[in-house]
Design a protein around this ligand. Structure first.
Ligand code: DQA
Length: 148
C-alpha cells in the first residue's frame, strides 16, 4: 500500500512569503506545498497538505488522520510552545509525528526553545527553512519503512 503522510501547518504559516521574511524566508506556503508534491512523486508516496490558524481545528485534523495517513509532519507554529492539547492529541492518535520548523527555534527567544511537541514526536527538524519539509518527508519514509 502507498505510504500517506499528512503535512500539517499551524497558525500564521498561511502568511509565509510576506511574514518576517528575514526569519522565515520568501517562500510561500503554496511554494512549499509544490515542493512537497514534487518530493512525494519522487518518493512514491501520497501527501495531504493542510493549514489552520485554529488550535482545535489542528487537533481535529490529527484525530482525522487516524486510519487515513501513516504519519504526520507538523509545523505547529506558535502552538508548539503553548499547546498541551496538541501534545495530548499526538499521544492519543498513536501516529508517528515529526516536528518541523523553518527557523532554528533553539537559537531564538527563550520561550521558543520549549516545545510541547518534542516529547511526543519521533524527531525534530528545524533551521533549514522550506528545505526542511522535503527533509522531513525523507525522514518519515525512512522511519515508516524501517518500522515495517
Ligand atoms: C515556527 C517557529 C515558531 O516559534 C513560530 O511561532 C512560528 C513558526 C517555524 O516554522 O520556524 O510560527 O514554527
Amino acid at each position: 500500500m502507498t505510504v500517506s503522510v499528512l503535512i500539517l501547518n499551524g497558525p500564521n504559516l498561511n502568511l509565509l512569503g510576506t511574514r518576517q521574511p528575514e526569519v522565515y524566508g520568501s517562500t510561500t506556503l503554496a511554494d512549499i506545498e509544490a515542493l512537497c508534491e514534487a518530493r512525494a512523486k519522487k518518493l512514491g508516496i501520497d501527501i495531504a497538505f493542510a493549514q489552520s490558524n485554529h488550535e482545535g481545528a489542528l487537533v481535529d485534523m490529527l484525530h482525522a488522520a487516524r486510519g487515513v495517513h501513516d504519519g504526520v509532519i507538523l509545523n505547529a507554529g506558535a502552538y508548539t510552545h503553548t499547546s498541551v492539547a496538541l501534545m495530548d492529541a499526538i499521544s492519543s492518535v498513536m501516529l508517528p509525528v515529526i516536528e518541523l520548523h523553518l527557523s532554528n527555534i533553539h537559537a531564538r527567544e527563550a520561550f521558543r526553545q520549549h516545545s510541547y511537541i518534542a516529547p511526543v514526536a519521533i524527531g525534530q527538524i528545524c533551521g533549514f527553512g522550506a528545505a526542511g519539509y522535503p527533509l522531513a518527508m525523507e525522514a518519515m519514509v525512512s522511519h515508516l519503512t524501517k518500522a515495517q
